[in-house]
Design a protein around this ligand. Structure first.
Ligand code: C5P
Length: 312
């Protein structure tokens, strides 16, 4: 979106508080293609949103001021023995803040807000925690400030802030994302999935992983995975899981290799690293198996362990 001013009629805020749920995502498929002149990579990815989520609450503030308060809301179950303290910037460096400022700029809105964030999604993890919080901020402030922007307009603003953000403004839990990630095709998938996810203590920076990525052709297509998901065939889904960024992440971070080996021994139906890492997920037969594997993984002290579902 260019810097046009979006329609905005100044009006009193009616809501006292607005609450939004911000789900994490995993990539069941991520194929990185060519590097573009703008420095981004052309990609094709199938993203699904998870039960694991952050929560945001928005309240009006006088003037145009912004305030951000963050709470560590990780449950004991998600905290592994080596869980580092949660590092969430509470100023303009946070994507949430940038999203609020962008909305103010582009709509001419002269209202302020206090943003309160309950953080459960691990950071630097490949679960798009920052992106989903930013998307939730665009949705939440659009409501709090009565801006009346459509989801499509919010997606365009979101794409300016990050490639993963438009997915969380698609209004759907599963989508095929192309371009640099911002071109969204929602998918109707009948399958519910049970996942166990591990976040090792080490994190990875997304640009670093993309820089280290050397795609080796020919690459698998995403269609067989979509067909397997539509048929509800878990074994076929597991065979089609793919992430071009994983070898690069493995070369940068020994914890990812360790998790791959650990998951191979535990034999869930399938396993893969999510996004640019370092989170690693096991696709399980059901939630009971996911919980059982979570117990084993916690005992092995490989990182913070989460059990979550995907409701496609
Ligand atoms: O869009 P976002 O800010 O989330 O991207 C973070 C970084 O990941 C980019 O600066 C770029 O290095 C890399 N990236 C990429 N190609 C994409 C998406 C992200 O190279 N399609």
């Amino acid at each position: 979106m260019d810097s046009k001013v979006l329609f905005h009629e100044p009006q009193a805020t009616t809501a006292v508080a607005v609450r939004e749920t911000a789900p994490a995502k995993v990539n069941l498929f991520l194929n990185v293609e060519t590097k573009r002149p703008d420095g981004y990579h052309e990609l094709e990815t199938l993203m699904v949103s998870l039960g694991l989520h952050d929560t945001l609450e928005f309240r009006p503030l006088p003037g145009e001021s912004l305030e951000l308060v963050a709470h560590d809301a990780r449950t004991a179950a998600g905290l592994g023995p080596s869980s580092p303290p949660l590092e969430v910037p509470v100023g303009p460096a946070n994507l949430v803040w940038k999203a609020a400022q962008l909305l103010q700029e582009r709509t001419g809105c002269r209202l302020g807000a206090r943003l309160e964030l309950w953080k459960r999604i691990p950071v630097a993890a490949g679960l798009a925690g920052g992106s989903t919080d930013a998307a939730a901020t665009l949705r939440g402030l659009n409501r709090l400030w009565n801006l009346g922007l459509s989801l499509e307009e919010l997606r365009e603003l979101g794409a300016e802030l990050g490639s993963d953000i438009p997915f969380f403004l698609s209004g759907r839990p599963a989508a095929l994302c192309r371009g640099r990630g911002e071109l969204i095709t929602p998918l109707d998938l009948p399958l519910g999935l049970a996942l166990v996810i591990v976040k090792p203590a080490a994190g990875l920076s997304t640009p670093q992983v993309f820089r280290a990525c050397r795609p080796q052709g020919p690459h698998p297509g995403v269609e067989p995975l979509i067909a397997a998901l539509k048929q509800g065939c878990l074994a076929a889904v597991a065979q089609r899981l793919h992430n071009t960024l994983q070898p690069a992440a493995e070369s940068l971070c020994p914890s990812v290799v360790l998790l791959k080996e650990t998951f191979s021994r535990l034999s869930p139906v399938g396993h893969l690293m999510s996004g640019s890492g370092t989170c690693y997920f096991g696709l399980c037969r059901n939630l009971a198996e996911a919980r059982r594997l979570a117990g084993v993984l916690q005992a092995q002290r490989v990182g913070s362990v989460f059990v979550t579902s995907v409701a496609c």
